[in-house]
Design a protein. Structure first.
Length: 240
């Protein structure tokens, strides 16, 4: 059984930054016949021109007793890999940037994602994380945008803010990755619905502990309520 914990956080004193911590229980991968597996990190420029206005930094990797080959299998576009400590920087200086690494699964894979958040005109710059099987096929996921990615971070446009999507593996996939919890599931029952909306309203009204500051502005208020309402209507959870 493979579980996934997903925590979003706003980087303090940096309004143009967005951050995500990803933690995955990878213990099931070691026993899977679909291995060896590859980690695949991608960054796509929404403008399609390689305008270089955003970058993604991956750091603080932990492999829970496993390991990664820090020499990439393949590199495309704007990618810089550092070894001391191990870091990855993807920039949209090219339309498509991609880097892949072979790794030996341990009990846990975790890493931090920090991005700039400068807006493109219409289509967002997008970071995705996928896992490839031994045939270099992406493990199918439930990503609603049709991407076989366990993590998707869409940076701002002129009409939308930063949002992230966390997906589980598709039914019948080669490994079982349960749908990770969303920060918009404020009552922690596995659903984003009217009950979640009611919960965030009570927090905004100070009727219960204000623990779900989803937009990172230091208070729970109407902005956070709107984020949960949008998620309950089927839009991406735009917590930061």
């Amino acid at each position: 059984m493979m579980t996934f914990r997903f925590l979003a956080y706003l980087l303090a004193a940096a309004p143009a930054l967005f951050g995500v911590t990803v933690t995955i229980n990878t213990s099931a991968l070691g026993a899977s016949s679909s291995g060896p597996f590859t980690l695949d990190f991608q960054f796509v420029d929404g403008n399609g021109t390689g305008d270089g206005n955003n970058h993604v930094t991956l750091s603080n990797f932990s492999f829970g007793g496993g390991s990664i080959n820090v020499t990439p299998i393949s590199v495309t576009g704007g990618v810089v890999v550092g070894n001391s400590p191990f870091t990855i920087v993807l920039s949209d200086t090219a339309f498509f940037s991609d880097v892949q690494f072979s790794f030996t699964p341990g009990s846990v894979l975790s890493y931090n994602v920090a991005t700039t958040a400068n807006g493109d005109a219409a289509t967002p710059d997008a970071f995705t994380f996928a896992i490839l099987d031994s045939n270099s096929n992406e493990i199918a996921t439930t990503n609603p945008n049709g991407l076989n990615a366990f993590v998707e971070v869409d940076l701002p446009t002129q009409t939308s803010g930063t949002s992230f999507i966390a997906a589980g593996s598709a039914i019948g996939g080669v490994v079982n990755v349960p749908q990770p919890p969303s920060p918009c599931d404020v009552n922690k029952d596995g659903n984003i619905n009217i009950v979640a909306v009611q919960r965030i309203i009570t927090e905004a009204l100070s009727l219960t502990a204000a623990t779900d500051d989803l937009n990172g502005d230091g208070v729970v208020n109407a902005g956070d309520v709107q984020i949960v309402v949008n998620a309950a209507l089927g839009l991406a959870c735009a917590a930061q």
